[in-house]
Design a protein around this ligand. Structure first.
Ligand code: UDP
Length: 325
């Protein structure tokens, strides 16, 4: 019997890649998105398929899907600082009310749920690299609080439904991920730098660029998530690429990749910007037999080609990060 999967946030960067993967696995895909930050362009190639359907719906409101559902992937949420600074209430609602609705639906349908958590549950971490056992260091009332705390609530309510209602749950903690279909204007460092290089602008480095991130190529991430869904492990698992780099060195890599002769300019570091981030993936290796395969040089090249192929008017739609108090 063909399995049927509901994917929330299906028109987003990660959601759309998950749609592709589940279609490839021969499943029926029910895609759902309210299109606040998602874009139908990311999934328009799937609309012609008989095994694909789309609901334009906000999962913070009661979710009704007729028929059986075997799996639910809860990926709806604004996920870049520029988005959740702009729409903090929707960000809080989708991971709290939205997760509650998703879990309720899972209970009725007897479906297995995987929720998309984040490295942001570790906040500005005092333990490095971050293992799943680390409880984190989050400012509840800072600019990232709406995202970080909503995702922490998401994990807590998911565990509660697992314990009280015995539903099958999986929790992935996603670290910085990149690849085709990222929004050029989502304010994140990679599209920001590549967009600036393509427009011939200077690259905006926040602070002295000594803060670090670890970037995972989207295909690797999707593989890790798929394996977690199919595993029988219900506690959180980090999925990300441990190859860590400072933002300053990352900017140099982008300048080299794009052949740009622009300069690096330093802007103030946004409040609560984590100083370092690197996943400890011991658990993912042991439980899922997973580790990332795509080197940054290769992944960046593919992503650059994608951004270059976008219509020119996309390139001019920039949005600059606002600095919050
Ligand atoms: N950053 C930067 N210039 C930009 C955008 C971001 O230097 O134009 C820095 C940002 O301060 C952070 C890192 O790049 O230290 C990653 O930022 P991003 O918004 O991609 O995601 P985060 O990992 O902070 O959620």
């Amino acid at each position: 019997m063909q399995k049927r999967v509901l994917i929330t946030g299906a028109a987003g960067f990660l959601g759309s890649h998950l749609c592709d993967r589940f279609i490839k696995e021969g499943m029926r895909v029910v895609a759902m998105d309210n299109l606040i930050t998602g874009d139908l362009k990311n999934i328009e190639h799937l609309f012609k398929l008989e095994q694909f359907e789309f609901y334009h719906h906000d999962v913070s409101k009661f979710i009704h899907v007729p028929g059986e559902i075997d799996y639910i992937m809860h990926f709806a949420s604004p996920a870049s600082p520029i988005d959740y600074l702009k729409i903090p209430i929707q960000t809080l609602k989708v991971s709290s009310l939205g997760t509650h609705n998703v879990l309720g639906l899972a209970r009725v349908k007897k479906a297995r749920v995987l929720v998309a958590s984040t490295s942001e549950v570790y906040g500005d971490p005092h333990v490095h690299p971050q293992p799943e056992e680390y409880w984190g260091h989050v400012n509840t009332v800072g600019p990232r609080g709406c995202y970080d705390e909503a995702k922490r609530f998401m994990e807590a309510i998911t565990m509660a439904y697992h314990n009280v209602h015995n539903i099958e749950t999986r929790i992935v903690r996603i670290f910085n991920t990149y690849g085709p279909r990222m929004r050029l204007n989502d304010g994140r460092v990679l599209p920001a730098f590549i967009g600036q290089a393509l427009r011939g602008e200077d690259l905006t480095m926040f602070g002295d660029g000594s803060q670090t991130r670890s970037f995972c190529y989207v295909d690797d991430l999707v593989e890790g998530i798929y394996r977690l869904l199919m595993s029988d492990y219900h506690l959180p698992v980090n999925v990300g690429n441990p190859s860590e780099i400072s933002i300053k060195d990352f900017a140099a890599e982008i300048l080299k990749l794009t052949g740009s002769t622009q300069k690096l300019i330093s802007l103030p570091l946004p409040k609560d910007d984590p100083k370092q981030r690197q996943p400890d993936i011991t658990k993912a290796k042991a439980i899922l037999g997973w580790e990332p395969k795509v080197q940054r040089a290769e992944g960046l090249k593919i992503t650059y080609e994608y951004f270059k192929s976008l219509p020119r008017e996309e390139l001019s739609k920039t949005e600059h990060r606002q600095f919050s108090k």
